[in-house]
Design a protein around this ligand. Structure first.
Ligand code: ADP
Length: 418
């Protein structure tokens, strides 16, 4: 396959009961189709599909979708119909990029999928029990439906494999690193890499390797990354996506001793097993645990109505971000081009950005309040909101993990061409 005909890339993100997909034309840089197969294996399963040829009108196909294979076969039929409508002779898909959550220490970059790669993803299931199994199902189902089409795995962890040992090791006995691979891996790598690349382009750097930045991804899951010379040198999520920032339902950093304390005080905590503790810290904590809702829009609404829990939650959430900015500012030796906010909260919540960056003038970080407040309405892939006196650029950059996966898939497939 040559770069000139390497055009249509299908990006698949498979969850336990869903498949999100986007079909890109990477020559014209457009999205040809996108959609979602949801409630796989449950009542009410359906496929919602949008494609350019039908002016992106919503098409909903309600049918029994007992498993991921069936979900993909419904999707393949639609893509083939779209291709036939356009009298296209070639296959509707020329390569497939898969989001894979955990690549452990084995994968530093996007990788062409073969049997060995599948085995390695299987080996990392204990580190990502909720994510790697559905990712594998997606890979196998795609191989059945698109035989001979190259498939590429793009790992959430890969961008963070450049983190040095002093930042990725935990200070626990070495044997647990050696036997159980307990260490910081970090996640959201594709998003951090994508927004960093956008910032490098915007700042007219010759390549990503010239960028120093702190990237702040605030969605339902939240993480921050220190980027030096285009490479991740530290990140806030750890062995699992629980560590670091306060998130929608996850607590982020806590004293590890509280797990034992909660179990030792079952009468009050009502926790009987480590699974109970895990569930509370992952699913019932963060904004939800503090306020009753995990949606930042509702938290702000409650705060504005005078709810004190919501006011405290916003303060805590912003303060945690500020602490990591301080840590990463120091890790980068104060040399950074930009601080970048992205994902649902990062892109939309101006008051949150302002709070997290307040009183950092001595660090050369100065917000222009008006630009920050109007950032949402501005056009373009990069919106600036630093004041003229700020030494460090402040950016809002909408993330696009699917486009980054498609870009990396093209790179891998092109590199195969002799
Ligand atoms: P995911 O991690 O699921 O991809 P997103 O990046 O879409 O999540 O972020 C979802 C979150 O973004 C929502 O839970 C909501 O809290 C937040 N959000 C979206 N719009 C706004 C807004 N206008 N103001 C504050 N928060 C917002």
């Amino acid at each position: 396959m040559t770069p000139s005909n390497m055009m249509k890339i299908l990006v698949i993100n498979t969850g336990s009961s869903s498949i999100k997909y986007q079909l890109f034309d990477m020559t014209a840089h457009t999205v040809l189709a996108h959609g979602l197969v949801e409630r796989i294996g449950e009542a009410g399963s359906r496929l919602t599909h949008y494609d350019q040829k039908h002016n992106n009108a919503e098409r909903i196909i309600e049918t029994a979708i007992p498993n991921h294979e069936r979900g993909l076969s419904e999707l393949v039929q639609l893509l083939q119909e779209d291709a036939r409508d356009g009298d296209e002779e070639e296959s509707p898909v020329q390569a497939i990029g898969h989001r894979v959550v955990h690549g452990g220490e084995a994968f530093h970059e996007p990788t062409l999928i073969g049997e060995k790669v599948i085995q390695a993803i299987e080996e990392y299931i204990p580190l990502a029990p909720l994510h790697n199994p559905p990712n594998l199902i997606g890979i196998r189902a795609a191989a059945t439906h698109f035989p001979g089409i190259p498939q590429v795995a793009v790992f959430d962890t890969a961008f963070h494999q450049s983190i040095p040992a002093h930042a990725y090791r935990y200070a626990i006995p070495k044997e647990y690193y050696e036997s159980l691979k307990i260490r910081r891996y970090g996640f959201h790598g594709t998003s951090h890499q994508y927004v960093a690349r956008q910032a490098a382009n915007f700042l007219k750097k010759k390549s990503l390797s010239e960028l120093n930045a702190i990237t702040i991804h605030l969605g339902n899951g939240c993480s921050m990354t220190a980027i030096q010379n285009g490479k991740s040198i530290d990140t806030s999520m750890g062995m699992t996506p629980l560590e670091g920032l306060i998130m929608g339902t996850r607590c982020g950093d806590v004293d590890p001793a509280l797990h034992g304390y909660l179990l030792a005080n079952q009468d009050q905590s009502h926790m009987k097993s480590i699974q109970d503790v895990d569930k509370v810290l992952n699913k019932e904590s963060g904004l939800k645990g503090l306020t009753g809702t995990n949606d930042m829009r509702d938290v702000f609404r409650l705060r504005d109505e005078g709810n004190e829990d919501a006011a405290l939650a916003v303060e805590m959430y912003a303060y945690r971000i500020k602490k990591y900015i301080g840590a990463y500012f120091a890790a980068l030796g104060g040399k950074l081009d930009a601080i970048i906010f992205t994902a649902g909260v990062g892109e939309n919540a101006a008051p949150l950005r302002e709070l997290a960056l307040a009183n950092l003038e001595p660090f050369g970080i100065v917000v222009d309040a008006d630009k920050n407040n109007s950032a949402r309405k501005m056009e373009g892939p990069v919106v600036e909101f630093q004041a003229a006196s700020s030494k460090i650029n402040l950016f809002v950059i909408p993330t696009n993990e699917e486009l980054e996966i498609a870009t990396q898939t093209v790179q891998v497939v092109n590199s195969l061409t002799p």
